[in-house]
Design a protein around this ligand. Structure first.
Ligand code: SF4
Length: 303
């Protein structure tokens, strides 16, 4: 008889999966420089960068950023333009501004350190439930479950073999967490989701297949319909995301007039250029100084 625990009225065999994942942890481990680095600020920066960017694209910017800003205080005292300059290649630059603002709050309210509790972390700009749990777990070994798209896929396939609602996924992730070694367990879940339990799962090679319901029972893949699992993004090429990045890159090189920006970008003109510039200005990422656009706030911000 398989020991079962109940989530939303349904029994799930948590203990065998928990044991199997613990055994497979070392084999699953990816070589990521921020894992086990022992520096809460470095962990915090990695989690903000990983919010919408893949691990491969985060490694170099993460090193560069920490070389320039090894502490929250160093980041807080730098101009936003410098922080944005170091964000190049990561996309979604609003995160850079939020990180800069978070560093200032750490200096003002948290003794220039990363807050140690989930509540403290949630009070910072740009920090949602996932990031707060990840930093609390990986930097301070707080026993909280980390639930992202990788973990969402594992839960729906390996434990439930059906699509999970948001509350079920969170409850299941929490119940699955062992009493000790929560950080290593969370990391193993993320590693499993990133290496084997990917969008197209690699079940034949997966070390968890004996403890996995989807591998045993088969059926339609439940992950795409499950809560916490992100849907595929629209293509990057030609998207507003890409053009915003190109605009920031252009004004990082030097201050430019609107006409010069239109020439530099070439394929982006008229209403679209004005709309994206206005968006970046409202977010405090660019501003107008006299007739030129510059990186960061501080100029005459246009609407
Ligand atoms: S056996 Fe397949 S579905 Fe199960 S955890 Fe491994 S990769 Fe995911």
């Amino acid at each position: 008889m398989v020991p079962a625990e109940t989530v939303a009225g349904a029994p799930f065999a948590l203990a065998p999966f928990r044991r199997a994942l613990r055994r497979a942890g070392p084999e699953l481990r990816r070589d990521l420089p921020w894992v086990g680095c022992g520096d809460p600020w470095a962990v915090f920066v990695s989690e903000v960068m990983l919010q919408q960017t893949s691990t491969g694209r985060v490694r170099e910017p993460w090193r560069r950023f920490l070389d320039a800003f090894p502490t929250p205080a160093a980041c807080a005292s730098a101009p936003l333009a410098e922080v944005l300059g170091l964000w190049r290649g990561l996309g979604y630059p609003r995160r850079a501004k939020a990180l800069h603002d978070a560093a200032k709050i750490m200096v003002e309210r948290f003794d220039a350190s990363v807050p140690t509790s989930v509540e403290g972390l949630r009070s910072l700009p740009g920090v949602g439930p996932y990031t707060a749990h990840a930093v609390a777990s990986f930097a301070f070994d707080v026993p909280v479950a980390v639930l992202d798209t990788n973990v969402g896929r594992v839960l729906s396939r390996a434990l439930a073999n059906r699509a999970l609602r948001a509350r079920e996924a969170q409850t299941l992730a929490t119940q699955l967490l062992p009493r000790t070694g929560a950080a290593a367990f969370n990391q193993a879940m993320l590693d499993l989701g990133a290496r084997y339990c990917t969008r197209t799962p690699r079940c034949e090679a997966c070390p968890l297949r004996r403890a996995c319901r989807f591998a045993r029972e088969g059926g339609d893949d439940p992950a795409p319909r499950s809560a916490a699992v992100s849907r595929p993004q629209a293509p990057f090429a030609g998207s507003d995301r890409q053009i915003r990045g190109r605009l920031l890159h252009a004004v990082h090189e030097r201050a430019l007039t609107r006409r010069e920006l239109a020439v530099t970008l070439g394929d982006v003109q008229g209403e679209r250029l004005d709309r994206l510039l206005g968006q970046l200005a409202r977010e405090g990422l660019v501003s107008r100084r006299r007739s030129r656009w510059v990186l960061g706030a501080g100029g005459e911000v246009a609407g």
